[in-house]
Design a protein around this ligand. Structure first.
Ligand code: SF4
Ligand code: SF4
Length: 292
């Protein structure tokens, strides 16, 4: 079962919810956690995996052999991203805007194009002390494209420890989505079974919730909402969710004990253990909705 934890707005507590959900799920199920916030991954700070495997990931970008090239321009014409230009007897490749689709290589009549790996980042993986199979994408500084890293991260297929063999045990895949509502979020959401939308009861929280909920709806994915820092604003988020048939599955009030615990690097369920049963209920509610 693939659960994506998303929030339009950054800083709403998405990682707080995702990591606590993973810890609680790992008590009964085989859990795999994918940190998809590749520009600022921080879930490892809370789950403490031993990241002992590192793999470079990137895209294949073209390089043109000027001995073979006849400057016919077919490669430049096929490129939807204007990443190749043929100017007179010059062939120019712009790797930063190349999407690695391979079309130019396919159309070249001279077989003058070969491909090289342009590294965009790495995928680190390992096991957490609780037996959670963990992987995080980390984008290289200055790279403009995170989607190819996310695609590789989604393909990552860990050896699960299979500690739980009871009838209830399932394989649960939790993805901590990037903030925002652009291509990396869409890529993270694709293929999910359920989307948990984390928000806060403020005008900014509601504005960004609407955006990511619209993507979720467009992709036809079932969703539910967690309201974090409940009580700091008004109930406009609650009213909007009710009007749009989005169930609120958990409310986490603004509490100094939780804020201090998280600031010290603890998960929510470690900082406030009374939340463990509530996260169990949250997971059960998600499983019921997916199975329905
Ligand atoms: S398609 Fe091949 S031969 Fe034609 S311009 Fe591009 S690289 Fe050169
Ligand atoms: S691989 Fe695709 S995006 Fe890159 S230069 Fe070739 S056609 Fe353009």
């Amino acid at each position: 079962m693939r659960i994506v934890v998303a929030s339009g707005k950054g800083g709403t507590g998405k990682t707080t919810v995702a990591t606590s959900l993973a810890l609680v799920a790992a008590q009964l199920h085989e859990v795999c956690f994918r940190e998809c916030d590749v520009e600022a991954p921080n879930a490892a700070l809370f789950l403490h995996p031993a990241l002992d495997t590192h793999r470079e990931v990137g895209i294949l970008v073209p390089q043109i052999d000027t001995q073979l090239c006849t400057y016919c321009g077919k490669c430049a014409r096929v490129c939807q991203f204007h990443a190749i230009a043929i100017v007179g007897k010059k062939a120019l490749v712009f790797p930063d805007i190349c999407h690695g689709c391979g079309s130019c290589t396919l159309v070249c009549p001279q077989e003058a194009i070969s491909e090289r790996l342009a590294v965009l980042g790495v995928i680190d993986s390992g096991l957490s002390p609780e037996g959670i199979a963990f992987a995080q994408g980390v984008m290289n500084v200055g790279q403009p494209m995170s989607v190819p890293i996310l695609r590789e991260l989604k393909k990552w297929c860990p050896e699960l420890p299979h500690t739980h063999r009871g009838e209830q045990a399932r394989e649960i895949d939790i993805r901590d989505a990037p903030p925002g509502a652009s291509c990396p979020v869409v890529e993270t959401l694709r293929g999910a079974d359920f989307v948990l939308l984390v928000t806060e009861p403020t005008p900014f929280g509601l504005h960004d919730l609407k955006q990511v909920a619209a993507i979720t709806r467009a992709l036809g994915l079932p969703a539910g909402v967690v309201i974090n820092r409940d009580g700091i604003g008004d109930d406009a988020v609650g009213a909007w969710c009710a009007a749009h048939d989005l169930p609120i599955l958990l409310r986490i009030p603004m509490q100094r004990q939780i804020a201090e615990g998280i600031a010290r690097g603890n998960t929510l369920v470690s900082a406030a253990p009374e939340y463990r049963p509530r996260f169990h209920d949250l997971l059960e509610a998600i499983i019921k909705r997916v199975d329905a």
